[in-house]
Design a binder for this molecule. Structure first.
Ligand code: FAS
Ligand code: PHB
Length: 395
């Protein structure tokens, strides 16, 4: 088989790239390790930046989001019984969209199915070959059969545990990493959200986050030890801990119920540079990981793909390779700003086991600065709603 672009990974990055390339008349094939059912069952991010929501709408994926998504004009930062509202609309004139990654993935797979995308799922042994030549190849096995696809380009969209990074020579690849000494225990419950907007809570006992998917589906997180296992956390223990970390009036209002999903996510910051090697270009978690505190992971995947899709369109439509040649530097400039914001908010809101009373006073002073300084809140709002990206039209 031959195609123009082989996309490794059918998550948000890979499936959005296939959608944007198709809109521009560029052929692609997605090879995905997991089954389609597994991919559609993942529960991950919940917040779309302004630009991400506009990208999905421009790509024809906005109908359900417009009807069922929930636009938010702000978030609250809580510490003790204090709350600081960051008013996005007033401060930067942008908002965010509450629309779960699970729904984004469903919309993407429905779109791919509508035009007959070639999505090869449940593949094994994916391997990348000849990326420094002009005819790279991807090999894999499917239903026990060895297969090969030759192509012009390979897009590595295979997430944090994929194979794309293995194709970068060790003398070319530079990695940057920060692991955090805690994780997030996340719970989904069929209960009304405690607040109409998200609450990020900083407490001596640890961080907590109140989010939602819709009016009868809440998403909550508490900071837990890095080595905790889901079985260490009964529903009762979770609700008790969440209640203790929220301001009294929110704790009073909290409606608890049985968890319908419970999982622990380790937190780390990771960036691998560059994001291109020959005819292999990587996007999304395949190139960078951020702690979910800043709600950036999914949004960075989308912004990488917008840049990469435009670069492929310029290449095929006009023979202009400036986008491909500049992709890595341009994507990384935005990635590092999101990595910084995610690191900063994680450092501000979490309890670090090794930190002392001085550190806690610094956290409280920073929260008080946000409470008393509109420019400080504006900088928060600018980063949280997504630093502007020239979307342009792909195609
Ligand atoms: P993904 O990991 O989503 O997709 C990569 C795809 O490649 C997967 O389908 C995988 O099966 C496939 N793949 C892997 N190896 C392969 C191989 N060798 N061959 C073929 N296919 C292969 N972000 C937020 O903003 N907020 C959150 O709350 C949040 N929570 C998260 C919780 C968890 C448990 C995880 C893991 C991530 C979370 N994220 C969150 C980040 C997440 O949303 C990612 O940023 C987003 O999924 C990135 O999308 P992709 O780059 O497409 O990577
Ligand atoms: C979520 O709703 O899952 C969510 C929201 C905001 C975050 C992380 C996760 O920062």
């Amino acid at each position: 088989m031959h195609t123009q672009v082989v996309i490794i990974g059918g998550g948000p990055a890979g499936s959005l790239l296939a959608q944007l390339l198709h809109a521009a008349g560029i052929e692609s094939v997605i090879v995905e390790r997991r089954s389609t059912e597994y991919v559609l069952g993942r529960i991950r991010a919940g917040v779309l930046e302004d630009a991400s929501a506009r990208t999905l709408t421009a790509a024809g994926l906005g109908e359900r989001m417009a009807a069922e998504g929930d636009p938010h004009d702000g978030v609250a930062l809580a510490y003790g019984d204090q709350r600081v509202r960051i008013d996005f609309a007033e401060l930067v004139g942008r908002r965010v969209m509450i629309w779960g990654q699970t729904e984004v993935q469903r919309d993407l797979y429905d779109a791919l199915g509508s035009w007959g995308a070639t999505l090869l799922d449940s593949v094994d042994d994916v391997a990348i070959h000849d990326v420094t030549g002009d005819r790279p190849r991807v090999t894999f096995t499917r239903d026990g059969q060895a297969e090969e696809i030759t192509c012009d380009w390979i897009a590595g969209c295979d997430g944090a545990h994929g194979v794309s990074q293995d194709a970068f020579p060790t003398d070319l690849r530079r990695t940057y990493e920060r692991s955090y000494p805690f994780g997030w225990l996340g719970v989904l419950s069929e209960t009304p959200p405690v607040s109409p907007e998200l609450i990020y809570a900083s407490h001596e006992r640890g961080f907590a986050l109140c989010s939602m998917r819709h009016a009868m589906l809440s998403r909550y997180y508490v900071q837990c030890d890095r080595d905790d296992r889901v079985e260490d956390w009964s529903d009762d223990r979770f609700w008790s801990e969440l209640t203790r970390r929220l301001p009294a009036d929110d704790a009073e209002r909290l409606q608890t119920g049985p968890s319908i999903e419970k999982s622990i996510t380790p937190l780390r910051s990771f960036v691998a540079e560059p994001m291109r090697h020959g005819r292999l270009l990587v996007a999304g978690d395949a190139a960078h990981i951020v702690p979910p505190t800043g709600a950036k992971g999914l949004n960075l995947a989308i912004s990488d793909v917008v840049l990469l899709a435009q670069a492929f369109v310029d290449h095929y439509a006009r023979g202009d390779d400036d986008g491909l040649d500049g992709y890595s530097d341009r994507a990384l400039r935005r990635v590092w700003k999101a990595v910084r914001f995610s690191w900063w908010l994680t450092t501000l809101m979490h309890r670090f086991p090794s930190r002392d009373d001085f550190d806690r006073k610094i956290q409280l002073a920073e929260l008080d600065l946000l409470a008393t300084s509109a420019p400080a809140r504006a900088t928060f709002a600018d980063n949280y709603t997504g630093l502007p990206l020239d979307l342009g039209e792909v195609g």
